[in-house]
Design a protein around this ligand. Sequence first.
Ligand code: PEP
Ligand code: CO
Length: 386
Amino acid sequence: MADGAHPWTPSSWRHRRALQQPDYNEPHAARAVLEQIQLAGPLVSPEECLALRQACAEAAVGEAFIVQAGDCAESLQSEPGPAANRMRVLIDQLLEVVGGKTVAIARIAGQFAKPRSHPNETRDEATLPAYRGDAVNGLDFDAASRAHDPARLLAAYRHSAATAKYLRQGRPRLFTSHEALILPYEEALAISDAEGRWWAGSGHMLWIGDRTRQVGGAHVAFASGIENVVGVKCGPSIDADELIRLAQALDPQRKLGKLVLIGRFGASRIERCLPVLLRAARQEGFAAGWMIDPMHGNTRHESGRKQRRLSDMSAEIELFFGICDSEGVSPAGIHIEVSAEPVVECIGADGRDPMAAFPCDPRLNKAQARTLVALAASLQNVPAEA
Ligand code: PEP
Ligand code: CO
């Protein structure tokens, strides 16, 4: 973080503890890859990022509704053109169920890394490093695939660049976002504008995950110096004091649209967690927008498998809008994990676990996602577009 003696730079995070980073056997190869990425340059412009901040400022005061949606993690196996096209169509179909003005943000063109609760995975007798997303290692359960490989970071960058290009051609103002997890990657793509302000060049909006949002940690240190919209995932373990220190670190100037807090508590915990946070943020004068991620707090672990029930997600959405209403806060939008493929991974109205295989987390399909977005929008009341 910037202080009087040390102005912020894209590498300031290196003085802080960085959790969830790749661990490469060949640091030289990793440095060479990062140089190539830096040379190839940013995927988004400061102007576009500023446009998103302005759109998020409207959402923070209830004049627009953010729909942030996409895969849990992107895959290097998919073709960037068709994948970009499918996501563009899907997001437009989600926006159709919202009445008023919308802000469209996809989890795409950079969402290749996953934080993990456990560093290893054990199957039968074998223990290997956990899968951390295609930017880091492979999903196949063998030692070669699970080794952290810097070449994957370059592949993820190129895939993201191609995806961003297709999105731009197909639909202006579909903003890109991903979790700012691999800090050397974010550092390599940071850019400064004519006024000397720094922007992340890897995507329009970055968010900090629930596992890496430590106030003194490296992820917060990186995000504190960029002008982009920054999201913070807020799970049940955050308390009001921590939230205020985080908001102070990330948005000291209290710019409307700069900070988006994304609640992901779970239906059974949101009533205990959220009201105190809303009050604290308001009392301290933070202008942050609040969104709801009904996915990550509602993941149950049943005999070694992850399950997500639509009924839990709907319940958390209803509670979120109810709490915002009683606290006088305008909800800014919804954040969901959804596949553009016709997957059946979450448990729907029939209560049956589809027992599907999925690489990270169970995702919604289009119909399920439309149901949740429609529910959220019906509780939100954004003024109709003029
Ligand atoms: C995610 O959005 O993919 C994620 C890992 O979320 P969280 O940090 O909220 O668990
Ligand atoms: Co996820």
